[in-house]
Design a binder for this molecule. Structure first.
Ligand code: AMP
Length: 222
């Protein structure tokens, strides 16, 4: 079996983090830990966390750092993440979260941080045309719909527009990215962990570039 990996994937909403993480999690046999997916599941299941998160999420605002860190810490403590590693998608999102993660993982906690760089005009277009499966999170778009109208090819679930993929919520989310998340690029560059990849290329090219970077990093640290 391929060696595992411990990775953070950064990028604006619509940069392709979800798509790449699904492929990377198969390649390295590590769990894809997406805070957005975990929170949407909590909303769907109407758990107390979901009830608390829904309004903020629908409007595109971030949830409190401590709350999100506690969900991630719980998931990282599971056996698969402890033994093989993990892909963190959508977390950390603020410097406060990155500091808490560093404390949780210790000094050599990450192999590297992949930053998928995509111009804002391109992500706007990707987000307004994006459609997702409510059940498994598979990603489609108006130009690449599922085979049967709005029924997921992977699991048969309903393919919908996310409530926060509206023009207003997208603006709030992108401005939260600029204000809260962009500073993480310097945070991880200062620690020598950052690898930036052009996320506007086609998904296969982005995937190969990401795998090459991870291989180089892991060989360097072997
Ligand atoms: P995403 O699917 O990653 O775009 O996340 C959807 C929504 O979940 C975000 O707009 C936030 O409301 C919430 N969320 C996800 N991850 C985080 C995080 N790391 N910190 C705060 N809020 C988050």
């Amino acid at each position: 079996m391929a060696a595992g990996v411990r990775l953070v994937v950064l990028g604006k909403q619509g940069a392709g983090k979800g798509t790449q993480c699904v492929r990377l999690s198969h390649r390295y046999a590590v769990p894809h830990i997406s805070t957005g997916d975990m929170l949407r599941a909590a909303v769907r299941n109407k758990t107390p966390l979901g009830e608390q998160a829904k309004v903020l999420m629908d409007g595109g605002s971030l949830l409190p750092d401590e709350l999100v860190m506690s969900i991630v810490a719980e998931r990282l403590a599971e056996r698969d993440a402890r033994t093989r590693g993990f892909l963190l998608d959508g977390f950390p999102r603020t410097v406060g979260q990155a500091e808490m993660l560093e404390e949780e993982l210790g000094e050599h906690g990450l192999d590297c941080v992949i930053n998928l760089e995509v111009p804002t005009e391109l992500v706007m277009n990707r987000l307004v045309t994006r459609r997702v499966c409510e059940d498994c999170g598979a990603i489609y778009s108006l130009s690449q719909p599922p085979t049967q109208p709005w029924t997921c090819d992977v699991c048969g679930g309903s393919v919908i527009q996310r409530p926060d993929d509206t023009a207003d919520a997208i603006m709030v989310r992108l401005s939260a990215y600029e204000k809260e998340t962009r500073p993480l690029i310097d945070f991880y560059a200062e620690r020598g962990l950052l690898e930036t990849i052009d996320g506007s290329q086609d998904p296969d090219t982005v995937f190969s570039a990401t795998v090459s970077v991870i291989t180089r990093r892991k060989e360097g640290s072997a």
